[in-house]
Design a protein around this ligand. Structure first.
Ligand code: GCV
Length: 860
């Protein structure tokens, strides 16, 4: 096929480059901090950027390159239009394949290049001989072009970001010939933002999109978010909670949504929204939302057409139905396919897609029924519908069968929908993994999931299923629930951004390793200092296993308060209710029997090869043992340890490791800017303390339940601890804490009905230097103040002013303050005074007085 050379399409727009720009105020630039581009990497690069074509996304790509490499901040850069000739000096040349071909006919550009893919290529052009009598010697010079060729405009933008990432990492880009193609067409994020500006399971401030029932008037952050997303290849964003508010489909809301689409558009990010299936009734005033009712069909068609009139590049809808109290097609005896297809049919002429979530389950299960199993729900419901969905429907499947636990097996549904488009749903927001107060780098977990072989048709790792390769599907891919907020660092913890970055990189190329991504992200975010590059990945890479160790190893899932905020420990909360997150611990043993032989039969939902791996207790990997089997505490693991001893050891090891993260981070003092250094340090110190809360809660609970002592004698043995309730109290009164395992000895002290209370005791240990940790509760109301005295000398004072997710004394609010290097003499009197505030009774749990500083900060 020959292509015509369209002169208008190849108009050049040139930007001349000047000195480097500096960091901007406002939101953190995360991994796009161009001020740290290595000078030697920038040195040999051209000073001219030319674009072939005129699209908006293309312009963004050129501007991004200019911004990174030093477009003068004031002049806005010199621009020139060169209608049909290549620049006569070295230049970056950006454009789509279609527009490039006529200019570089010998490049062989027609070799396959898919949509959002790109090609980075350097070409040399020999100098032209000057025309007779010409004085223009410049024409004689040979020129070199850095071509950024995109399969489409988004591809150009992605190629530009990829080029910049290489430069920022100090790679030699003087000669390039690299093509990249994204693994899958759907690379989306979901935000669970509510119209009032709150975010469900958001841990980093309020919404960047909504406030007080409307779209934000200032969408600066939305634009910056789109830039971050584009830089990692994300092409779609659903901005509102899947527990969707029907007001979003109202006529007055549409122009507001159009503003968000406009903010995203230059970055190639298409707007999507979550919608509620009952909208034809709640927003449209119909008497039914039965998907097969002709009026309902017509309503969806009109609604979709209206959206496209205002947002022509609208990406589509996300739907949560028949789940956790949301209405759904089951009300009318219809299936998910009936519902999805009706809406998908309306979207199809506009090239819109429908992401229908497979998170459908009954949360009123009978916990006494040994066959009941929430893990089976998605497969049971969706597998019979395989092949019944239209081609623009994608079933969005959470990576595990429960709900983003610290460890779960891969969802068997991913191996059971060969005739259906599928997208895997991951969670960047750390709902069950520490809510960004704990450092948990999730990429290694996602890698395990993506590389897991489902054996549905030969070798079929999850990543090939979701890319559509296995079933030869037209669509498929990745969705992550991200929930960034107005926090300066987007996700709260600056290091949590490694998860957002890693998600995008894996969606683009799931063959990358967790190590590669950690290295890449660290270089881009913190620069190329060798110590920083060695330390941060060393903190990131083991952090998932570490968190698992102190929250729920062996496939127990996160042993958190599942009916509360999903944060601190709450071991019994998952039992005796219909939610189905059971671990079935009893005095004799622990774990859910999901075998085909004697259990719920969940394992039977996998292919025979996978069943073989899980069905037998001996073959089942230790990491998932208690997810698949109920065993006695004395069951011996592959490691040779009993289950109960493993539970004890893992919790002690995990908490110790969390303490080492503080020291690792401190070793970077002076190598990281003050603001980020201080923010991360604060969070790591908090995590080290909260890991002890977790450790003690879980080991004490299992110790009491099993009656089996810890072979190492640690559980319940705290030689350095002084319980607050055992101190001499003035005004303070002892209180029982619920659940008991979240306070040392099950009790704390509270100052109620007084404005000042105190707890005192006489230090009777050898004189020396000690670290004093005060374990207290910081409720989400009030700001109690504490003072710590040694013999009437105040050595510290602080306020309980964190925003922890509970208004009660429990594992969510238990936290600690440590004063290091305190000289104490035998006979000294230690006193803590508490000033309650706003209903928060300055509650205290215990003191831990540990000899000598550094090494033993957070030990017993
Ligand atoms: C948006 C879990 C979360 C809910 C969330 C739900 C879902 O249950 O706790 O907050 O709802 O998953 O994914 O739909």
């Amino acid at each position: 096929m020959t292509r015509h050379f369209d002169r208008t399409a190849v108009a050049f727009c040139c930007l001349l480059l000047g000195p480097l720009v500096h960091a901007q105020a406002g939101a953190d630039e995360a991994w796009l901090r161009y001020q740290s581009l290595p000078t030697q990497a920038v040195a040999g690069l051209p000073h001219l950027i030319a674009t072939v074509g005129r699209g908006e996304v293309l312009r963004t790509a050129a501007n991004e390159l200019a911004r990174a490499l030093g477009q003068p901040a004031t002049s806005g850069g010199a621009r020139a239009t060169l209608p049909d000739a290549l620049p006569d000096q070295d230049a970056f040349v950006l454009g789509t394949l279609k527009d490039f071909e006529p200019l570089f006919p010998k490049l062989g550009t027609r070799r396959s290049m898919v949509g959002d893919g790109f090609w980075l290529k350097t070409v040399n052009r020999a100098g032209r001989r000057p025309l007779a009598g010409s004085i223009d010697s410049a024409l004689r010079r040979p020129r070199k072009y850095w071509l950024v060729i995109g399969g489409d405009e988004r591809g150009v933008l992605y190629g530009t970001f990829a080029l910049l990432a290489r430069i920022a990492q100090g790679e030699d880009v003087s000669t390039l010939d690299d093509r990249e193609t994204p693994s899958a067409p759907i690379r989306w994020v979901n935000q669970w933002d509510n119209l009032d500006g709150s975010i469900e399971r958001g841990y980093a401030g309020r919404s960047i999109f909504f406030d007080n029932g409307s779209v934000e008037s200032d969408l600066t952050r939305a634009k910056e978010y789109a830039r971050l997303l584009a830089s990692i290849g994300i092409n779609g964003c659903a901005i509102n909670n899947v527990n969707a508010d029907p007001r979003l489909l109202g006529p007055d809301f549409l122009p507001q949504l159009a503003r968000v689409a406009e903010a995203f558009r230059p970055w190639g990010v298409r707007l999507a929204i979550s919608v509620d299936l009952s909208s034809p009734m709640s927003a449209g005033g119909l008497k039914t939302f039965d998907p097969l009712d002709p009026q309902v069909k017509a309503w969806w068609q009109n609604t979709v057409d209206r959206i496209y009139q205002q947002i022509p590049d609208f990406a589509g809808f996300v739907i949560k139905a028949d789940s956790e109290g949301r209405s759904g097609p089951s009300k009318y005896g219809r299936t998910a396919a009936d519902a999805a297809n009706v809406i998908a049919r309306a979207l199809a002429p506009h090239h819109g897609v429908m992401l229908y979530r497979a998170f459908v389950y009954n949360h009123h299960l009978d916990w006494r029924d040994p066959k009941a199993d929430r893990a089976k729900a998605a497969f049971d419901y969706f597998h019979p519908l395989d092949g019944k969905f239209l081609d623009n429907v994608v079933v969005q499947i959470k990576h595990g069968p429960i709900d983003f636990q610290v460890r779960e097996p891969v969802s068997p549904l991913l191996g059971a929908m060969a005739h259906t488009n599928q997208a895997i749903e991951l969670q960047v927001t750390q709902e069950y993994t520490g809510q960004q107060r704990h450092l948990v780098y999730l990429v290694p977990m996602w890698k395990e999931v993506l590389d897991f072989d489902l054996h549905v048709d030969g070798i079929t790792p999850v990543k090939r299923v979701v890319s559509g390769q296995v079933g030869k599907r037209p669509l498929g891919g990745y969705v992550a629930v991200v929930n960034v907020g107005l926090d300066r660092y987007w996700l709260g913890h600056p290091l949590a951004m490694a998860n957002l970055y890693g998600y995008g990189r894996l969606a683009w190329n799931p063959d990358l390793s967790g190590e590669q991504i950690a290295q890449e992200w660290t270089r881009l975010t913190f620069g190329n200092d060798r110590k920083v590059l060695a330390t941060i990945p060393r903190m990131l890479l083991p952090s998932w296993r570490m968190y698992e160790n102190y929250t729920g190893p062996l496939g127990l899932q996160t042993l958190t308060d599942i009916t509360g905020p999903h944060y601190g420990p709450g071991i019994e909360s998952s039992e005796n209710n219909g939610w189905g997150q059971w671990h079935r611990a009893d005095p004799k043993g622990v774990g859910m029997d999901r075998t085909v032989a004697t259990g719920t039969g969940f394992i039977g939902q996998y292919s025979p090869q996978v069943q073989k791996k899980y069905e037998s207790v001996d073959a089942c990997p230790d990491d998932l043992l208690l997810f698949m089997h109920h065993v006695p505490y004395t069951f011996v693991l592959d490691s040779g340890k009993t289950v109960i001893q493993h539970l004890y050891d893992a919790h002690y090891a995990g908490a110790e490791q969390a303490a080492t993260l503080v020291e690792e981070w401190k070793s970077l003092d002076g190598l990281i800017d003050r603001a980020r250094y201080a923010e991360v340090l604060r969070r790591q110190e908090y995590q080290a303390g909260h890991a002890i809360v977790w450790r003690d809660a879980v080991v004490n609970w299992f110790h009491q339940e099993s009656g089996i002592p810890d072979a190492q004698g640690r559980v319940g043995f705290h030689p350095h601890r002084v319980e607050a309730e055992d101190m001499q109290l003035s005004g303070y009164t002892p209180v029982e804490v619920t659940p008991w395992e979240t306070a040392s000895g099950g009790k704390a002290i509270a100052c109620t009905g007084q404005s000042l209370c105190s707890a005192t005791f006489k230090f009777d240990r050898p004189s020396g230097t000690y670290d004093i940790a005060v374990q207290y509760f910081d409720l989400n109301h009030g700001e109690s103040r504490f003072d710590l005295f040694v013999d009437d000398r105040r050595i510290d004072s602080w306020a309980a002013d964190d925003h922890l997710p509970s208004d009660k004394m429990n594992g969510h609010t238990s936290t600690r303050r440590t004063v290091s290097g305190v000289r104490l003499r035998a006979g000294d009197v230690l006193k803590i005074t508490g000033h309650p505030d706003g209903g928060e009774p300055a509650p205290l749990d215990y003191l831990e007085i540990v000899p000598d500083v550094a090494a033993s900060h957070f030990s017993n």
